[in-house]
Structure formats: C-alpha cells, structure tokens
Design a protein around this ligand. Structure first.
Ligand code: WTA
Length: 653
C-alpha cells in the first residue's frame, strides 16, 4: 500500500498539539483499504435505512454507485430520527441575524418547519427529481428548504447569495429548475442586498422558471409578478402539518452544486443520497469528534459545499446544534465572531485560513475580550493554512488547548478526505499539514507519469479508490466528468492539487495545478473571469494570473490587450474591473489590471500562465523552474521581460 503512518513519538509540545501514537488510526485505515466494502457497510449501518442495500458498491469506472438498492431519506436522517429521541427538545439551530436578532429552533420545531415547507413545495406541484434553486441569505429558511426538498426527493441547487443575476441564470438554466426560492433582501454590513431584484433579472433569462417563492426578511417592498411570485407566508397558511418523507434510492441525487473548473462555465457537481450521507456522518465523527451535545459552528456560507456538508447534513445527522450567522464577520465590531462563540458556547469551530489571517491583523486583543473556554476543537478548510496563521489560531482562539484539524476536501469529494482524526485517535499535528487521509480514502502523491513520489517531492494528489462521498457526475456533462477527473491518471481520481508527503508520511497541500484560483477560499475559474472581461468591446484578449495575498491567499491580476485604436485609460480600467463583478459576483473583482501590447504564448498559442504569474507576483524569471510544456526558455524570458516592463510602468494607474 505504501503507507507510512508517521512516527510513534509522543511529543513534548503543549496539550492541543500533543497527540498519542497513531496505532488505532493506522489499523483502521489499513482495514478500510483492504476491505472497503465491508468497512463502509459497517459505517452505513449507523444510519437509518428504510431498506438496506443489495450491493455495497457498484464500481464501473469512472462511476461509483454506493449502497445500491438501499432506500433512505436525508431529511429523515437529519430531523425525524432525532424527534423520536430525547433530542426532540434540544437545540438544532442557533440563528443570529446581523443586527443581533436571534432564533433558536429545537429539533421538534425544525421537524414542524420542514414538514410545512415540504408541503408548500408539494402545493406548487414539485415532484421527486425536480430541481429547485435556492438563492437565499443565511437564514434558517435556507437549511429548512434544503431539507424540505430532500424530504420529497426534489434536488436542490443552492446559489451563493453573493452571485450576480447572470450567475444565477447560468445555474438555473443548466438544471432547468422550475422554482427559485429567494428573499425580499438580505443584510450585509447593515446594507440591504436586493436579492429579489437580482432574482427578477435572472428569471428573465430562465424560461424553465414557473414560480418564485419569496421569504420576508427585510420587509422592504419588492415587485411581485402576479401568478409567478408567492410570499412564503401565504403558502404556509395553506400548508399541511405532515408530509411523509420519500424513501428515495441511495443513488438518488440529493443536490447539484456548481463549482469552477477549467472551462468557461461552472460545473454542476451532483451528489447522491446514501453514499454522501454515510461518508459525511463518518468523517465528521472522525475529524471533529462531533456528538449530539456539540455546538458546532462552521462559518462558511451554505452556498458552498462546506456549508452543505458542514452546516446542514453532517452536524444535523449527528443531532448536534449548529450556529448559523447571517452577517459579515467583523460587523459591527471586529469581535463579532468571538462574541458569538461566547454567547452560544460553541464547542467546535470551523473556518477558513483567510478569516484567521484577517482576524490576526485585527489583533489578539479582540478574542481576549471574550471567554472562549467552551471551544474544544478548531478546524480549517478551503486553502492551505500557513504555519503563522495556524499558530495564532491555536494560541489566541484555541487557548493552546484545542487541536486544529486542517481538512482537505473539494466540492467533488462531498466530505473531508485528508485531515487529522481526533475522533479516532489524536496524532502529532504539524502546523500547515493536513496529516493523513481519513479511513476509506486511498490518497497518494504521484509524478506526471503516475508513479508514487518519494518523500519530499512535489507531485499530483490522486485518490486511488472510490469513496462513498464521491460525486455521481457533472450535471448534463458526463464527458466533462470523465475528462476532468479520470483521464489524467486512468483509474484514479485526479484532484487538480499539488501535494507532497514528508519523511513521516504527512501530506502537505501545495496549491492547484490547474486554472483555478482560490481567492479568500472561493474557487474561481480563470476562464470564467477572462470570458467576462473579453465581453468588453474594447478588449482584444485577456488573461488572468494570481498573486499571493497576505490575507486572501490569492488575488486576481489581469493582463489585457486592447483592440486597435483603443488607448488605455483609467475609466476603461474601471469598466474592466466591473465586468467580472457583474457576470460572476463581488468575489470575482480583479485586484489589478495591466494593459499590455501582447500576451505571452507558446508556439501553439497557449497562454504562458506561469510567466504571467511570475510577473504578477514579482518573482524573477529564475523562479520559473518548470516551464510551460511547449515554450523554450528563451521565449519565456523574452515574454517575461517585456511584461515586467509594462507592469512596472503601469503601477498606480
Ligand atoms: C483547496 C472546499 C489546502 C484545494 C471544501 C481544493 C485546500 C479546493 C484545503 C477545493 C486545505 C481545500 N488545504 N487546500 N485544507 N481545503 N483546499 O471545491 O485546492 O471550494 O482542490 O471545496 O480547495 O475547493 P472547494
């Protein structure tokens, strides 16, 4: 197998860092790889099934189907199951609005609400397999509607509330969603985000949309189209109190979630029900040691996969209490998050390195004002965490008491793949390393030919066996599914990430191999960005590179050539900056734009991205150790020098 589970050293580090020998984990991981089917069947028995499976795994590469023949329901799993126990009267959701309002929902209240919401969907004629788009702020109605969809076998597609009308339309048209659920507005830094108006603009481009359901959040007047738009409250008036959960097949899609890849359009990642739930139930137990008494706060937006698995499906399937916070992290004061941890007694806190770096800048005096002693465990996700941020997080948030689980995963993997597993057995942590693959995950690092790399050598992270949380497909694009994940190293899942293992076998993630940026943990495709900018009539060509950013991890830098006769100007620059915002959303706003005479290309016409990246980041050409496949060193040097000159002179424009 080639696994080295690290040394058995008991370290002399402080408590949270100190871990015990990893024997139990090693035994479990080995067993899971030797007999994956037996291993996962045992895990699957922890869930409630209406009917157990006929086959554990149907693996016809590149398609894996788990627990085939089994029937279950995700809403039953996350809600109904708890209502039959003492958990009926315990907290399921602590919600806090940006302005400080609170709502606390017990599992029995959640049960009542999901039933009523499911009844609303049924009133509108929603049936099993229909796609429903959710464009909502972080309010309890968002998870409730997700669970209501799951209850009747409808497939939700959540669209991040920071996305633009065009981004909504792309997603709705791809899934052919019949209904969009939105709100009259959302709050961000005290301002109202006009979600309904943005939805109206999007709906004009979406012929499949029959109905729009509107939740009252701000109370501001919004236009309502007669016959198409419905206030949720008026539909709830007519709702039934009980809707029987649909016993769907294990392989029935639970949701479609769009994410950026190397093509111009985001990919609709499809997740199933049985495999996804089993995987998430298990990995949250291993990585976070989550229990029914946990108060779990994942700060992601529900619009990303982290929110799907870590806010909704995994913690609720464990009967834990989740915290849902509506607003900006540092609003109205920069200790808002620390105040929330103290107020609700959060025990497990999960956030991104970008957030940690931002709070590090504000200073430790802010967390120091609060009693954070309820915390037991901290998590990090979305991008590599630099050791400095790790140490700050460990010391000032975790009080040198809480282990940090640095969790590596992707929209496509459905749940956490590589991470420490204190829920199985603590091990020695190394700041900046995700440590090891979780049980059932056969990860390794290979060279360009697919041979396993020796320790210390950077290579490609691949997964050699299917796992239950693995995506089912790309919605409506099976060839893209095959091509994106299964063609680079046949038989193995290609993650698109660089990684390295050290002498102790620990994994270190080293960034993306492809044309995907991670800006503040958000995944943005360079081609999507470029398409947005090229739509400007004055632009001939546009290419994006990323530049290291002390807080956001990466920032977006554009190199643009203009059409003949057009001169660069600061107003043109402003228009260009505005375009990705309009087409994608504010998270895609370029940080810098350079006008250049030409873009560096290989002889076959491919843009030399590494040259752009080196110029954008101010690295020397000597840093371009591995050059673009098809370009000569001389070509690269020339291109680099001419661009360098432009970027130097156009700074400050
Ligand atoms: C990156 C987010 C380093 C990685 C759950 C991956 C990470 C991409 C980590 C997926 C981590 C995620 N350390 N890099 N702990 N976690 N990544 O689909 O490049 O938004 O491929 O899923 O984020 O991003 P996605």
């Amino acid at each position: 197998m080639g696994y080295d589970y690290g040394s058995d050293r008991v370290s002399s580090l402080p408590t949270g860092l100190r871990m015990w020998p990893s024997k139990r984990y090693a035994e479990m991981h080995l067993r899971s790889l030797q007999n994956p089917e037996g291993f996962w069947a045992e895990e699957a028995r922890k869930l409630d099934w209406y009917k157990t499976w006929d086959h554990i795994l149907d693996w016809k590469p590149p398609y894996a189907r788990w627990f085939v023949g089994g029937r279950l329901n995700a809403c039953h799993q996350c809600v109904d199951r708890h209502v039959k126990t003492w958990r009926r009267s315990k907290v399921a959701i602590y919600w806090e609005g940006e302005a400080g309002e609170t709502r606390v929902l017990s599992y029995s209240t959640l049960f009542r609400e999901v039933n009523r919401f499911a009844s609303v969907l049924k009133q509108l004629g929603v049936r099993k397999g229909d796609r429903i788009a959710l464009y909502l702020p972080m309010v309890p109605e968002l998870p409730i509607f997700m669970l209501a969809c799951a209850r009747i076998g409808a497939i939700h597609t959540v669209i991040f509330s920071g996305f633009s009308a065009q981004a909504i339309a792309d997603r709705v048209n791809d899934t052919q969603a019949r209904i969009i659920i939105t709100a009259d507005g959302g709050y961000r830094r005290g301002n109202i985000v006009a979600l309904k108006e943005i939805t109206d603009e999007a709906a004009k481009l979406c012929p499949s949309v029959e109905k729009v359901i509107v939740i009252k959040r701000t109370g501001e007047p919004v236009p309502m189209a007669a016959g198409r738009d419905w206030w949720l409250s008026s539909l709830l008036d007519k709702s039934e109190m009980l809707v029987k959960p649909e016993a769907v097949e294990s392989t029935h899609p639970l949701y479609v979630l769009y994410t950026s890849g190397t093509t111009g359009k985001p990919k609709g990642v499809v997740h199933g029900t049985g495999g996804y739930l089993v995987f998430n139930h298990s990995v949250y137990e291993w990585a976070f040691n989550i229990r029914e008494e946990s108060v779990y706060w994942c700060t992601a937006d529900v619009g990303w996969v982290t929110g799907h698995s870590s806010i909704v499906y995994a913690p609720l399937s464990h009967g834990a209490a989740i915290v849902l916070y509506e607003g900006a992290p540092d609003y109205p004061t920069v200790d808002r998050w620390w105040d929330i941890i103290e107020k609700y007694g959060v025990t497990i806190f999960y956030t991104s390195p970008t957030a940690v770096r931002m709070f590090m800048r504000y200073g430790e005096e802010w967390p120091l004002k609060h009693d954070l002693s309820s915390l037991e465990l901290l998590g990090s996700v979305g991008e590599p965490i630099n050791p400095e941020a790790w140490q700050w997080y460990y010391k000032h948030i975790g009080g040198e008491r809480c282990p940090i689980v640095d969790t590596w995963w992707q929209t496509e993997t459905g749940g956490i793949m590589l991470s420490p597993a204190p829920g199985i057995e603590p091990i020695l942590l190394k700041p900046g390393s995700v440590t090891f693959p979780l049980p059932g995950v056969d990860a390794t690092v290979v060279d360009a030919e697919g041979n396993e790399n020796p320790p210390g050598q950077r290579g490609f992270l691949i997964i050699r066996k299917p796992w239950p949380g693995m995506l089912l497909d790309i919605y409506g694009a099976p060839e893209l599914y095959r091509e994106s994940y299964w063609s680079r190293f046949p038989g193995s899942y290609y993650t698109g990430d660089f990684a390295m293992r050290d002498e102790d076998g620990y994994f270190w993630l080293l960034g993306r191999t492809d044309e995907v940026l991670k800006v503040a943990g958000h995944r943005i495709g360079t081609v999507e960005l470029e398409d947005a900018v090229v739509s400007h009539p004055a632009v001939a060509e546009a290419a994006v590179a990323s530049k290291p950013d002390a807080v956001k991890g990466e920032s977006i830098v554009f190199f643009v050539t203009l059409k003949a006769g057009v001169s660069p100007s600061s107003s043109l620059k402003k228009e260009i900056v505005e375009l990705p915002r309009r087409v994608i959303g504010a998270i895609a706003t370029p940080d810098e734009v350079y006008f250049v005479q030409s873009l560096p290309k290989t002889r076959s016409g491919k843009i030399m991205r590494r040259v752009l990246k080196a110029v954008a980041s101010g690295q020397s050409v000597g840093d371009l150790t591995t050059l673009e496949d098809e370009a000569s060193v001389e070509d690269v040097k020339k291109a680099y020098q001419s661009l360098r000159k432009v970027s130097d002179t156009s700074k400050g424009n």
